[in-house]
Design a protein around this ligand. Structure first.
Ligand code: 5GP
Ligand code: ZN
Length: 113
């Protein structure tokens, strides 16, 4: 996807503060952090959202995204953390490349709004 900001970050075309990278996944600091720790865990391959990822047989990759997000959450949130996957327009998704938000470092509230 030539026009996708997360594809560009994954390929290195656009710079980001990287916290983790492997052959399938990159984790970056969010540009507009909503908590003291706000990391985005992104697959390097383009999938529009979580539903599209599962539709294309990406269950194993989804599991790896969640495992990586949990690892980062544990590292940055000694007293807890929150994982969020906004999906679709009503789900509040603004970048159409699936990603898991890792939020930590403050007390989270509910409902999320
Ligand atoms: P969504 O609203 O799709 O769940 O989350 C998209 C997230 O990506 C937002 O939290 C936004 O701040 C972040 N974001 C958008 N563009 C960029 C960018 O160019 N670099 C980084 N590091 N984060 C971005
Ligand atoms: Zn993409």
């Amino acid at each position: 996807m030539t026009d996708c900001i997360f594809c560009k970050i994954a390929s290195g075309e656009v710079a980001a503060k990287e916290l983790y990278r492997d052959d399938e996944i990159v984790a970056i600091a969010d540009l507009n952090p909503q908590a003291p720790t706000h990391v985005l865990v992104i697959p390097r391959a383009h999938h529009e959202d979580l539903a599209a990822l599962y539709d294309s047989g990406g269950g194993a990759l989804a599991q790896r995204l969640l495992a990586t997000a949990t690892k980062l959450g544990r590292e940055h949130g000694a007293n807890g953390f929150r994982l969020v996957v906004n999906t679709g327009e009503e789900g509040g998704q603004t970048v159409a490349h699936v990603h898991v938000h890792v939020l930590a470092g403050r007390h989270m509230t509910w409902p999320p709004g």
